[in-house]
Design a protein around this ligand. Structure first.
Ligand SMILES: *Cc1c(COP(=O)(O)O)cnc(C)c1O
Length: 382
């Protein structure tokens, strides 16, 4: 009788967002096409200024990806072989790849069990005479514990580079991420909270000299055309992307507000579902919920159960950095970072995007409740 397949709940829906800004985007792109200033055109500079101002930072430099932003910052601070850089074990691989690209050594630390972000007490413990920098990640859109991290950095003379790729617009004690450390990298990958229609990134800093170096590094090492002061790269932000990003930046706070509303709704509806750990939130932060991540014991079974009902979910991240084959050479082993490892087995990211309908949230929670109430007691007893 009621054997209809329920309408799918996607994990993200970029088409819904495009539909809401279609005209603005077309006009912005058409202006670029008419001007033909495709490389370092006027929208690039305008976006850099607008985004830096949005973050409360002095300078913005557009680049071709978040990974490039991270790598170029490390180069601008002259970090390389022999230097140790502290980063979380629970992050997307790109945070740590950037350290590898410059030849420095990643030193990983475990997460705080409440927020799953890098634990500042463990950062302090990981410092050696070779430590040069700390790279906190504002994971899932929740700002890292920046006061603690900056205090450690000041005490030891370290550079702090924020990986803000998941946290555009998030606030820590009233201040936007990107303005908290010495420099910050943002991915503008399509599915990020602020996303281009292709690969893109931006970095921000208050340091005029570092900004000047970064501008050269992303553009063949030149300040004046054909005069190369540095062995630079081609890592520029395309003007077409910048034009789209300027349109989207005007909507970002509304979209973040919607994400927070959905997160609050999930947390309200899931509060009495047995065996579900809700995302932790520190005091005095305003997260932007790039992801809404719960923890459950029977994660893989729950995920399959949701998939049967056409509900898409994600895992961020299933294999911690120290257990990735690519980083075997760092010499870590299973058991080194218990919080990260346990959360990798239990974390589940639920559908989250600004246009997510409330009925979808209700359906997701209903399905989780059905699974947890029938599966939980018997399985937990084993
Ligand atoms: C997405 C992401 C990156 C990499 O960004 P790209 O634009 O894909 O290169 C880096 N760090 C974190 C935490 C990310 O989520």
């Amino acid at each position: 009788m009621s054997n209809q397949t329920p309408s799918p709940v996607p994990f993200v829906d970029l088409r819904a967002q495009y539909a809401s800004i279609r005209e603005e985007v077309h006009q912005a792109m058409d202006r670029v096409l008419q001007r033909t200033d495709f490389i370092l055109g006027q929208d690039v500079e305008a976006f850099e200024e607008e985004f830096a101002a949005y973050c409360g930072a002095q300078y913005g430099i557009g680049v071709d990806s978040g990974t490039s932003a991270l790598e170029l910052i490390l180069r601008a601070y002259d970090l390389g072989p022999g230097d140790e850089i502290i980063a979380p074990a629970n992050t997307f691989i790109a945070t740590v790849l950037a350290i590898s690209y410059v030849g420095a050594t990643p030193v990983l630390v475990d997460a705080d069990p409440h927020t799953l972000s890098m634990d500042p007490a463990l950062v302090e413990a990981a410092i050696t005479p070779r430590t040069k920098a700390i790279m906190p990640v504002h994971l899932y859109g929740h700002p890292a514990d920046m006061d603690a991290i900056m205090a450690i950095a000041d005490q030891h003379g370290l550079v702090v580079i924020e990986d803000a790729s998941q946290a555009h617009g998030a606030r820590y004690k009233g201040q936007r991420v990107g303005s908290l450390g010495h420099a910050a990298a943002f991915s503008l990958y399509p599915a990020k909270n602020l996303g281009a229609y292709g690969d893109a990134g931006i970095l921000v800093t208050d340091d005029a000299q570092v900004a000047d170096t970064l501008r050269m590094l992303r553009n063949y090492g030149q300040r004046v055309k054909y005069h190369h002061d540095l062995v630079g790269y081609n890592r520029r932000l395309d003007t077409l992307h910048a034009a789209v990003l300027r349109v989207k930046l005007r909507h970002l706070d509304d979209w973040s507000q919607a994400r927070r509303r959905h997160a609050a709704r999930y947390s309200q509806l899931l509060a009495d579902v047995p065996g579900v750990t809700l995302p932790g939130q520190a005091e005095d932060v305003e997260p932007v919920f790039h992801l809404y991540v719960i923890q459950v014991a029977q994660r893989d079974e729950l995920r399959a159960f949701l998939a049967e009902q056409a509900i898409a979910t994600g895992i961020h991240y299933p294999v911690p950095i120290h257990l990735q084959p690519a980083y075997r050479h760092l010499g870590y082993r299973e058991g080194d970072f218990p919080v990260t490892e346990a959360s990798a087995r239990s974390m589940l990211s639920l559908p989250m995007y600004p246009e997510l309908p409330d009925e979808a949230i209700q359906r997701v929670v209903q399905a989780i409740r059905a699974f947890q109430t029938q599966a939980q007691p018997s399985r937990a007893a084993v």
